[in-house]
Each structure stands twice: as C-alpha cells, then as structure tokens.
Design a binder for this molecule. Sequence first.
Ligand code: SAH
Ligand code: CA
Length: 215
Amino acid sequence: MDFISSDLASYIEQHTSKESELLHQLNRETHLKVLIPRMLSGHLQGRVLSMFSHMIKPKNILEIGTYTGYSAICLSEGLAVGGVIDTVDINEELTPIITKYWEKAGIIDSVQLHLGNALDIIPRLNKAYDLVFIDADKENYSAYYDLVFKKMPVGGIILADNVLWSGNVLQEPNEMTESTKAIVDFNTKVQNDSRVENVLMPIRDGLMVLRKISD
Ligand code: SAH
Ligand code: CA
C-alpha cells in the first residue's frame, strides 16, 4: 500500500538527491533477478539511511537483514573513518550479488557479512553499535530490539523499518497475521519504553527512529 499519491511520491523523489549509478544498477538487478524485490530500500529510503548515517557518523553499524546489500551501501556512506558495518542475513544465495556490488562500491573492507539466523549471531557480536538498522523477519523485531539494546551506548540510534506494515497495523486484532501482530507489539513496546525517545516517521512503509536515553 502506498500512503501518498504516486504524483506526490514522484515529486518527493525528484526533490531528493539521486541514488548513485551503482545503487541504481543494484536496484535494477535485484528487480530482474531476485525474489521479492520490493524488500529493497530503494531511492528515497536509501537516501534517508545515508542522511542518518552522515548525521551520526557512526563508528560501528549493525544491520539486521542485508538482502542484496543496498541498504548497507547507503548506511556505509556516513561511517566514521575506520568505521565498520556488521550485517546479518539468513539467505546465503544472495552473497554473489552482495559482494559484487560492495566491491564496486569500495566498501568490501568495511563491511562484514554474517550468514545465519540473526537471533544466534547478534549475541556473538562483541561491539558497541552507535547505529542499528532492524529490517529482517518482522516476528523477531522485539527480540532484536532487546538483543541490540545492551550493545548500544546512551545516544545510540535504532532505525526499524516497515513498522506500518502496509497500514495493516490498523487492522482488528482478529484479522492480523503473525507478522502484523509482531509489528504492533514492537511499536507498543518501544512506545512504552522509558529508556528511549522515538518518532514513527511515515517514510515508505514506516520507519521507527529511536534514540537510547538511558541503560
Ligand atoms: N535491508 C534490506 C532489505 C532486507 S529484506 C534493504 O533495505 O535493501 C529482509 C532480509 O531479512 C531478507 O534478506 C531475509 O533473508 C532476512 N532475514 C529473514 N529472517 C532472518 C533471520 N532470522 N536472520 C537473519 N536474516 C533474516
Ligand atoms: Ca525493509
């Protein structure tokens, strides 16, 4: 579901910095060759991720849900000198397309792909993350939030994608799928968590932006 008209969406993209030629190619190749290409962040959200990263200048970024590597490239754009991205995905089949584009983007040395279930991998990552992007299976958003929270300093930022879930968050509880319920539970959980300040931004499918204010 699109929350704004296609004319307005075009206007917004026309007044947002272009995606690079490389990101444009990755976007196209994903649409031609990979299942469920709408999962890719795309032009507008990609520029939003890049903008956040530039504002934060993170030393360490954790991304949960790599897919074809588009959002990792966008997030890498604002990394501090010597900064690193750890990114986790359960799908091993996407590695060739991911590495091809990360090499072309010149970020292959600053990004580490961890293959496997994020629930197993995150506890093994011993770093402090100043920026986290949660974008994998919706059923585990609350679990990912709890796992990453401990690894973040006060002032750290979490971005969680698809929190409007095509508008399905407004459904009656008995109509909701498991994914919808999980997103609704996540949104309620963070709204009630006094350790964070949060803004639900109506960007694309909904981007929850959280700032950790206490441990
Ligand atoms: N961040 C990407 C899109 C991610 S799509 C972008 O914006 O372009 C969601 C990804 O989560 C898929 O690639 C899927 O394989 C991955 N995923 C789903 N369940 C997972 C799990 N339990 N652990 C790790 N990755 C998972
Ligand atoms: Ca997403």
